[in-house]
Design a protein around this ligand. Structure first.
Ligand code: 13P
Length: 252
């Protein structure tokens, strides 16, 4: 099985002044060349997306949103739609991040709707799945990840994964400095790929599955070296250009 093209995305979450972000975007852009094997993207907060578009236009680095509303436009105070993200040059949008699920009550059904809205508006969804510590300790990891994945597959079909990226982010590893071991991560990535393969082997072989959760320059190589880990979705370490670039190099 040929390894898929690596993908590294930075999820800045709710961080960054305009000046800090400009410097970070310049730093990332300078360190990623068109010759890089890995595809690289950053997902800044909405308000910084125009800055990302201005800084990254014509570079090897793409950009995306962290969330979207399922509607195109209208009376949805405080929300941002897929067409708006597209209008500012976004290629990607994260859907179903665990912080959206846990802090903003997004259900599997909501996440599946957002995934569909992203694709309908020409954005590639980065679909996040992952278990909490209690779920892992209760041996529920596979059941939880399967449920989160199946909600999307049931609504949009397995072929929709040709235009999507999956990110496995164990909640207990996010922002905790506690990384899944390469084997723990690989086991879940393989489980996800095998579950997809039951419906379509070609799609399963091609879809990229990223790992997220305290990934940094020093552990990225070993994680991305696993057969079913195709890159990373990076939080904290994506806020430091050198650290993020070290992960990009590890993915290369
Ligand atoms: P950390 O890299 O800060 O653990 O965050 C991971 C994450 O949630 C990326 O979406």
């Amino acid at each position: 099985m040929s390894k898929r093209r690596p993908f590294v995305a930075g999820n800045w979450k709710m961080n960054g002044s305009r000046a800090e972000s400009a410097a970070l975007l310049d730093g990332v852009k300078a360190g990623v060349s068109n010759a890089s094997k890995a595809e690289v993207a950053v997902c800044p907060p909405f308000i910084l997306i125009p800055l990302a578009a201005e800084k990254l236009a014509g570079s090897a680095v793409a950009w995306g949103g962290q969330n979207l509303n399922v509607n195109k436009s209208g009376a949805f105070t405080g929300e941002i739609s897929g067409p708006m993200l597209k209008d500012f040059g976004c290629s990607y949008v994260i859907v179903g991040h665990s912080e959206r699920r846990s802090l903003y009550g997004e259900s599997d059904a909501t996440v599946a709707e957002k995934y569909g809205a992203a694709q309908a508006h020409g954005l590639i969804p980065i679909l996040c799945v992952g278990e909490t510590l209690a779920e892992r300790e209760g041996n529920q990891t596979e059941a939880v990840v399967a449920r989160q994945l199946d909600a999307v597959l049931a609504k949009h079909g397995v072929a929709s994964l040709k235009n999507a990226i999956i990110a496995y982010e164990p909640v207990w590893a996010i922002g905790t400095g506690k990384t899944a071991t390469p084997q723990q991560a690989q086991d879940v990535h393989r489980f996800i790929r095998e579950r997809i393969a039951k419906q379509d082997k070609g799609v399963a072989d091609a879809v990229r599955i990223l790992y997220g959760g305290s990934m940094k320059g020093s552990n990225a190589g070993e994680l991305i070296g696993q057969p079913d880990i195709d890159g990373g979705l990076i939080g904290g370490a994506s806020l430091v250009a050198d650290e993020f670039l070290a992960i990009c190099r590890a993915a290369d």
